[in-house]
Design a protein. Structure first.
Length: 105
């Protein structure tokens, strides 16, 4: 499903931002996200032969913590039936940066 040289772009100025390259780095990123107990609710999805656009509401579900509640759109590039590249576009980058800085230090 993931191209061996996948690039996953996480914008912002927080500990998880930057481009994750390769399957191992992408999977490690998702493992780190687990700390936030994230959930997502799809809103819009569009697909053609080479791209997918996925807009969703995402939120954290932490006890005794200030939680994130934000919209995001992801642009997925598909090549040879594998995910080759993903760009993340948060609704409010400042809110995302503050949340991730607080949660991940």
């Amino acid at each position: 499903m993931l191209d061996e040289n996948i690039k996953w772009h996480i914008p912002g100025e927080h500990p998880l931002s930057g481009t994750k390259t390769g399957i191992e780095e992408v999977l490690e990123y998702f493992k780190q996200l687990g700390k936030g107990s994230f959930k997502a609710e799809p809103i819009v999805m569009g697909v053609n032969d080479t791209h997918v656009i996925d807009c969703h509401r995402n939120w954290s579900n932490l006890e005794n913590e200030e939680n994130l509640d934000n919209m995001s759109c992801l642009l997925w590039r598909i090549e040879n039936n594998k995910i080759k590249e993903v760009h993340n576009f948060p609704e409010n980058q400042k809110i995302v940066d503050l949340f991730f800085k607080k949660l991940y230090g």
